[in-house]
Design a protein around this ligand. Structure first.
Ligand code: ADP
Ligand code: MG
Length: 391
């Protein structure tokens, strides 16, 4: 957990006044439903207990001053004239403020101080945590009434259009809507969702492989194209389908011979993964963690064999985890070609699980992985009402 007292003091030292609010927005990990979001399908993330906090107070002019205490860098810009910066991190803040303005919200300037314990660039979505924290900060400071889904869409539009990263809506939506001890089944077509409880005896273990994700961007775009090709070809028989979300396994089996490889395998992954996400949510609703874990394992095999976004060292992490005591299931999470794995593990087994997984991975690859033991947490919120000095 971030030290809120220290955040408040750093704000005071920098701006010579205490913040009026402190806002917190979490990172996330997706438990199942991978590469389904851009196919209008289902995802099943949890907000984690690592978050980006922003201490803030309004100004009387139109200037926004920003300190990232994580990067030890600053930015300043005017709300009336927001341009893209050559420093990438500036654009996450500027982009959200611009998106709020474009949506017609009146804004005053503000002093901000950002501090986060979401690792940056590891696949736990520090970017969405930052965007959503910025959006919510301005919402509170300016007394705006912005429904949660709209806040998520504004944050996503900032990342898509201002930062220039083509992400789906999952990261921002879970950063807004996450709930302690629950996962969210999100329908990426209409953004409707269900909260499903996670048993308190189970830990969400994230393992960062620290493999550089050099292939990720080009492969991601290629996979998206292949899914589009599958839809076009399948429309010969099912003219009403708009995305792979609209195709069930029987329909795909009936015509898969007409799809060339690798389009056929890609479609098979997406169609089955949507089914697994729905079945997984049902299993957890029944409290059947073992069935959920089995679906996670099947998801990984499909990402490895059909979607082909895994790597041998990621497979090693996943297969090692799957065989360790207390582990219900393990899989690659995120877009792939490196990044993180996620495992569901009995809380009692967390320590030996971590030790053995790190040891096996280091012995085989020479790399030191990082493990984050996570608990499902609440989405964005205000953590301090009056953020002045404490007694
Ligand atoms: P991920 O979302 O998986 O962590 P991204 O590459 O999408 O990785 O986003 C990481 C980027 O977001 C960082 O390189 C930085 O530009 C920005 N960012 C995230 N958190 C912070 C922070 N606390 N301070 C400044 N910039 C941040
Ligand atoms: Mg990101």
């Amino acid at each position: 957990m971030l030290d809120i007292g220290s955040l408040r003091d750093r704000f005071q030292q920098r701006y010579s006044a205490y913040p009026s609010i402190i806002v917190r927005a979490p990172g996330r990990v997706n438990l199942i439903g991978e590469h389904t979001d851009y196919n209008d399908g289902f995802v099943f993330p949890v907000a984690i207990d690592r978050a980006t906090c922003i201490a803030a107070r309004s100004r009387t002019d139109q200037t926004v001053q920003v300190v990232s205490s994580d990067l030890n860098e600053e930015d300043a810009f005017s709300i009336d004239h927001i341009e893209r910066s050559s420093r990438p991190w500036h654009n996450y803040v500027r982009g959200v403020v611009l998106a709020l303005r474009v949506a017609g919200h009146p804004l005053a300037g503000a002093d901000l101080l950002i501090a986060s314990d979401v690792p940056r660039g590891s696949g736990l979505s520090s970017s969405a945590a930052l965007e959503v924290a910025v959006g919510y900060t301005f919402q509170l400071l300016n007394h705006l009434n912005i429904p949660g889904k709209e806040l998520a869409l504004l944050a996503q539009s900032a990342e898509n259009n201002f930062v220039g990263v083509q992400c789906g809506i999952m990261d921002q939506l879970i950063a807004v809507l996450g709930r302690a001890d629950h996962a969210l089944l999100i329908d990426c077509r209409d953004l409707s969702y269900h909260t499903i409880p996670l048993p308190p005896s189970v830990a969400v273990m994230v393992c960062d492989s620290h493999i550089p994700r050099t292939l990720a961007a080009s492969a991601y775009n290629q996979r998206r194209q292949e899914c589009g090709t599958a839809v076009q070809l399948l429309q010969q028989w099912y003219p009403d389908i708009r995305a792979l979300r609209d195709v069930n396994e029987d329909q795909l089996t009936a015509h898969e011979d007409a799809l060339p490889e690798p389009v056929r395998s890609r479609a098979r992954h997406v169609v089955r993964e949507n089914r697994r996400a729905l079945q997984g949510a049902e299993a957890l609703k029944r409290g059947d963690v073992a069935a959920f874990g089995q679906l996670m394992n099947e998801s990984h095999a499909s990402l490895r064999d059909d979607y082909q976004v895994s790597l041998p060292d990621i497979d090693l992490l996943v297969e090692t985890a799957q065989h360790l005591a207390g582990c219900y299931g393990s899989r690659l999470t995120g877009a792939g070609f490196g990044g993180c794995t996620v495992s569901l593990v009995e809380r009692d087994a967390v320590e030996p699980f971590s030790r053995d997984l790190l040891h096996t991975y280091r012995a085989a690859t020479g790399r030191t992985a990082t493990i984050y033991v996570c608990r499902a947490s609440d989405g964005v919120g205000r953590i301090v009402d009056n953020a002045g000095p404490q007694e």
